[in-house]
Write a protein that binds this ligand. Structure first.
Ligand SMILES: [Zn+2]
Ligand SMILES: [Zn+2]
Length: 266
């Protein structure tokens, strides 16, 4: 491997990461914080909007994180080229059923990895040096999606090299996982809640986390550690005691605001 090959791939990977960040986090910001701010204001979880300095910090640290993410992604690519990973490029090497399984397994493994590594970086001896930066966004915006201290960015991206050494994965499966994690992370930091009453308690939906769930993590800190699913928080008893109540209060508040607006319009 030539250094120039590595740098070219790294630059491309970083460019794609930045593009996706601006499309997803920037797109969400443009829609909910700028263009349709008033239309959606009743869905806002914390009523106030963050100050400009928070957006700047979130974007700055997200850029640092993406430099690390794409560096690790480039290393994984060249490790694969050298034959060290379990990545397979011939799609027919495994069945379609296996392909679907591998995507789901990656997502479930990531959810577990995230929950436990997240709890670890909340330990008081680690938290100030690794995770505090992310929690400076106590009222997060979509820009906070990748706003990590560089040490935390390493912890976050480590799931990728771990998985490619354990599980045979097609690049398309890795791509689907990466889009899933980006979408759900932007959703978790959106600052707006759209799910309906009962979502956090109904049998068919309570396994899923909500934007309120992660917003409460940023606001109250030592609770709601999960990423995609509300499984580990339920098993370990780490959901905020008022999670369901806060969620329902949000639903009631937006209903009341809607009724007020309609009454004013009459
Ligand atoms: Zn967060
Ligand atoms: Zn945290």
């Amino acid at each position: 491997m030539e250094l120039s090959d590595f740098l070219l791939r790294y630059t491309k990977g970083f460019g794609i990461d930045v593009l996706r960040y601006f499309l997803f986090a920037g797109g969400a910001f443009l829609i909910f914080y700028v263009l349709f701010k008033n239309t959606f204001s009743r869905f806002k979880i914390q009523q106030k909007f963050p100050e400009l300095l928070h957006y700047k910090r979130e974007i700055g640290y997200s850029f640092l994180s993406m430099l690390i993410f794409s560096f690790v992604g480039t290393c994984v690519y060249f490790l694969h080229k050298a034959g060290y990973t379990k990545i397979y490029t011939e799609i027919n090497a495994h069945s379609t059923t296996y392909f679907i399984f591998s995507v789901i397994a990656f997502i479930v493994a990531h959810d577990t990895y995230f929950y436990w590594s997240h709890r670890l970086i909340h330990h008081k001896s680690i938290y100030p040096y690794v995770h505090l930066i992310h929690h400076k966004s106590y009222n997060p915006s979509p820009w906070a999606t990748f706003a990590f201290h560089p040490l935390e960015a390493i912890v976050q991206v480590a799931i990728l090299p771990i998985m490619v050494f354990i599980l045979p994965l097609h690049p398309l499966a890795i791509f689907i996982w990466s889009m899933y994690q980006l979408t759900l992370n932007v959703g978790g930091h959106l600052g707006f809640e759209f799910f309906r009453s009962g979502f956090t308690q109904r049998l068919y939906s309570r396994w899923s986390n909500t934007s309120t769930h992660h917003n409460m993590h940023h606001k109250f800190v030592n609770c709601n550690y999960g990423l995609y699913f509300n499984i580990w928080d339920s098993v370990m008893g780490t959901n905020h005691p008022k999670y369901h109540e806060e969620f329902e209060n949000g639903v009631k508040r937006r209903q009341a605001l809607k009724n007020n607006t309609q009454a004013e319009g009459l």
